[in-house]
Design a protein around this ligand. Structure first.
Ligand SMILES: Cc1cc2nc3c(=O)[nH]c(=O)nc-3n(C[C@H](O)[C@H](O)[C@H](O)COP(=O)(O)OP(=O)(O)OC[C@H]3O[C@@H](n4cnc5c(N)ncnc54)[C@H](O)[C@@H]3O)c2cc1C
Length: 433
């Protein structure tokens, strides 16, 4: 019989839910009217809600499933300040001044996040271990190095340092990469514990949360909105759509500006702290420079590996993705062939066509959307910025305001073109030198 990578009794739910299962909230009666209705109970929705409630607004979160059912309790839990586009790309596209502002704002988002969890005394296993990004090709190492120098010279922040291939094992015990870069800020957390503790603070701030209440329509009514749900209609002065990779047809104008992409993760059986430290000497979060990247890390207790990526060009069952990710993990660490997988799960991230985060207002609806694969820090930060915008506070301004939130003709939010685009990315990954 073929070797099965799965441990008997493996689960298709996030490893994170073992410690922090999705909360079973008492169902509330829907109010007739609120100041602000927020659609979605991930980090963005909760962050927006808590800041509004503390400023005296009457806030209702409407969630289609259990709180945190979306990406926020499923992620890799890597908390960093990066954007999908490097500084050089931002500069080429938006000019030097705007690129500097965007880069500085993402650095500030990490500071905000760290202050927030410290101030709220959120115990989410946050470890400031930094991040290593492996260069998939020598040319990637060169361009990372150039980008780093540019950031240092033009933005004036410490962007980290390069680690040549000859010293790579001091960061990660693999020969897969052509060196890489280390960024010492940020680190990793337990995403579902973060969500749970955050939710406790949101409830304590007086926010009402209606779980299993999908929003099916949003329409203008007088100066405000009628938010139609499966359990009735709520009137709201303002509405914030915080649904990211799960954005529904009820917010079709926003949905068609987002490309939802399934990301897949596995957790391995326990390897022990000694083995983990041998593989990840500094326990850093790890990513790489491929167009279809791997991201992985030690679990917060440093006993397992959490390994993620896009398993195939099309969406697959978690049994298939688990086997594929195990293969990918063994490309990084060939010695892990016999290590079993205990959890294999998936969740949606949302990309914008310009690969940047989007925060603002369209047709009266507020939103903070398009994390482009990294939203633990950013959605916490931009949710807060949305709250300020809703209250008309000028501090709600961000360097990402006024970006055109583009779409393509005839696109309705169903990304039928993903397999084609991803084949192209695979082709590029295979050929780059
Ligand atoms: C597998 C995976 C790995 C990731 N790894 C990382 C990582 O390591 N680091 C990082 O920074 N980011 C990572 N991300 C991205 C990060 O998790 C997200 O950016 C972030 O959690 C998004 O938060 P959010 O609040 O915007 O959306 P979500 O947490 O996705 O919440 C949206 C919510 O909207 C709800 N909803 C949808 N439709 C409706 C409706 N009609 N009515 C009511 N509610 C509705 C959904 O049920 C969902 O709960 C990862 C994501 C995934 C999926």
């Amino acid at each position: 019989m073929a070797y099965d990578v799965f441990q008997e009794g493996w689960r298709d739910t996030p490893y994170w839910w073992d410690l922090a299962p999705r909360p079973d909230l008492l169902q509330i009666e829907l109010p007739d009217k609120v100041d602000v209705a927020i659609v979605g109970s991930g980090y963005a929705g909760m962050s927006c809600a808590i800041h509004l409630a503390r400023a005296g607004r009457n806030v209702l979160i409407l969630e289609a499933k259990e709180p945190g059912h979306g990406a926020s309790s499923r992620s890799g839990g890597m908390a960093g300040s990066g954007l999908k586009l490097g500084y050089g790309d931002l500069k080429a596209k938006y000019g030097k001044q705007r690129a500097i502002e965007m880069t500085l704002e993402t650095e500030r988002s990490l500071e905000f996040f760290e202050d927030f969890i410290a101030g709220e005394q959120i115990q989410c296993h946050y470890q400031k271990v930094g991040r290593f990004v492996g260069a998939h090709a020598p040319s990637h190492y060169e361009s990372m190095s150039r980008n780093l120098e540019l950031v240092k010279a033009e933005v004036g922040i410490d962007p980290g340092y390069m680690v040549p291939r000859s010293e790579q094992h001091s960061e990660i015990k693999t020969d897969l990469y052509h060196g890489g870069s280390v960024k010492l800020v940020g680190g990793g957390l337990h995403p579902a514990v973060y969500h749970q503790e955050f939710l406790d603070r949101v409830k304590a701030a007086g926010v009402s949360i209606a779980s299993f209440t999908p929003v099916t329509g949003i329409s203008r009514e007088g100066d405000g909105f009628a938010v139609i749900t499966s359990r009735g209609t709520v009137r709201a002065d303002q509405v914030a759509v915080m649904t990211n990779g799960y954005t529904p047809r009820a917010a079709q104008d926003l949905r068609r500006r987002l490309v939802p992409v399934g990301s897949y993760i596995i957790a391995t059986e326990e390897l022990g702290e000694e083995k983990i430290t041998e593989l990840f000497p500094n326990h850093r979060m790890v990513g790489d420079t491929k167009a279809i990247l791997y991201y992985y890390r030690p679990s917060p207790d440093r006993k397992r590996i959490i390994f993620g990526g896009r398993a195939k060009t099309r969406d697959v069952e978690t049994a298939e993705s688990g086997r594929l990710l195990h293969q990918f993990m063994c490309r990084v660490f060939p010695e892990l062939q016999d290590v079993k997988v205990t959890h294999s799960w998936t969740g949606n991230v949302a990309f914008a066509f310009d690969k940047l985060p989007h925060v603002g207002q369209r047709n009266g609806l507020h939103y903070s959307l398009a994390c482009n694969g990294s939203g633990v820090v950013k959605q916490t930060y931009l949710g807060m910025k949305s709250a300020l915008k809703i209250m008309g506070d000028k501090d709600g301004r961000t360097a990402f305001d006024d970006l055109e939130f583009t779409t393509i003709p005839f696109y309705d939010g169903n990304p039928w073109f993903l397999p084609i685009v991803q084949r192209w990315y695979q082709w590029c990954d295979a050929r780059v030198r």
